[in-house]
Design a protein around this ligand. Structure first.
Ligand SMILES: NC(=O)C1=CN([C@@H]2O[C@H](COP(=O)(O)OP(=O)(O)OC[C@H]3O[C@@H](n4cnc5c(N)ncnc54)[C@H](OP(=O)(O)O)[C@@H]3O)[C@@H](O)[C@H]2O)[C@@H](O)CC1
Ligand SMILES: Nc1ncnc2c1ncn2[C@@H]1O[C@H](COP(=O)(O)OP(=O)(O)O)[C@@H](O)[C@H]1O
Length: 274
């Protein structure tokens, strides 16, 4: 199945007269680290620009300061959240005990969770519906954890097959990123995505994708609770928004990841108008 722009437009939660910042969806973001603070800036920016009620950031002080300098809308510290975005800008090998405890609490909350980069190894521990966003190298490492040996070239050659193996092994939706991204669900279904501009192959563009997906999940958390299969559709929609925003940001030339996040509102407006 190839996911279309019309499919994507139908997964954008448009606020109405009864909307408020709590009811629209609050995303808890445990992202960034001393080593990679920029990933948090990129993910939070992308989540806000995708549209949601609020982002609650749980991160080291330096990360908080950088994110707040860019997005003063962000709220820091604990509170109610509808969905989680975790792992962007983190390295599992450098995980501190306090970060492990914070991630553990998010995983155990039962809220839908997006696991990226440095939290991919925790996918099987999610109490609620989970979606992971590995690139090819990260998928190879995830599979190695469960005793499945492969390599990046093999994944590149058969992305749907390997994403499907991971979805089944981790009981999670897998959004496998790359020149040809693909979404695989634990029920064996696969969604293919139209190719994206190759200008996207630049640092931080995956962090932006994770933020877009986090916002889509936070604004559909009730639907995901009712039917975890919705998560695969949201993952495919995030990839389409990301790809269209990249095309808009690029205009045929180079882009930086923050350009992609900044192009998201106009991209969504165009999707809704079409
Ligand atoms: N501004 C910021 O704060 C930014 C922060 N970022 C954060 O950095 C963290 C680390 O993420 P990362 O992807 O850079 O490193 P990591 O997964 O350890 O890769 C290690 C090795 O894996 C391979 N490999 C990599 N990509 C591959 C691919 N597509 N397909 C196949 N293989 C691939 C490659 O090995 P090779 O193939 O060269 O042997 C590479 O040397 C993470 O938390 C992220 O969020 C980044 O988003 C950048 C902007
Ligand atoms: N050659 C390519 N053509 C199109 N899109 C690409 C290409 N390479 C990577 N991408 C996209 O760019 C993003 C890169 O994400 P990722 O590898 O996590 O980088 P980072 O960790 O720097 O954010 C993904 O959305 C992926 O689909």
């Amino acid at each position: 199945m190839l996911w279309t722009e019309a499919d994507t437009a139908a997964r954008i939660a448009v606020p109405d007269a009864f909307a408020d910042k709590h009811r629209r969806g609050v995303l808890g973001a445990i992202v960034g680290s001393e080593r990679y603070p920029g990933a948090a800036v990129l993910g939070v920016e992308a989540a806000h620009r995708t549209g949601l009620g609020m982002v609650r950031l749980i991160a080291p002080r330096r990360v908080e300061d950088l994110v707040l300098a860019r997005r003063p809308e962000v709220v820091t510290g604990d509170g109610r959240v509808e969905a989680w975005l975790v792992g962007s800008g983190q390295d599992a090998r450098l995980r501190s005990p306090s970060l492990a405890a914070t991630l553990h609490a998010a995983l155990g909350s039962g809220a839908p969770i997006v696991l990226d980069a440095g939290a991919l190894d925790l996918a099987a521990q999610a109490a609620g519906a989970a979606v992971v966003t590995p690139h090819h190298g990260e998928l190879v490492r995830m599979l190695a954890h469960v005793g499945i040996e492969t390599h990046a070239d093999a994944v590149r050659g058969a992305p749907a097959e390997w994403a499907g193996r991971a979805a089944e092994s981790f009981d999670a939706v897998v959004l496998l990123k790359g020149a040809e991204s693909v979404v695989a669900a634990p029920d064996g279904s696969v969604i293919r995505l139209p190719p994206a501009t190759h200008w996207l192959a630049t640092a931080g563009s995956g962090d932006v994708l994770a933020g877009i997906l986090g916002a889509l999940v936070a604004t559909h958390a009730g639907e995901v609770h009712a039917d975890a299969a919705r998560l695969a559709e949201l993952a495919a929609s995030a990839a389409v928004v990301h790809s269209l925003a990249a095309a808009r940001a690029s205009g045929g030339g180079p882009l930086v990841a923050l350009d992609v996040a900044e192009a998201v509102p106009a991209t969504i407006a165009a999707l809704l108008a079409a």
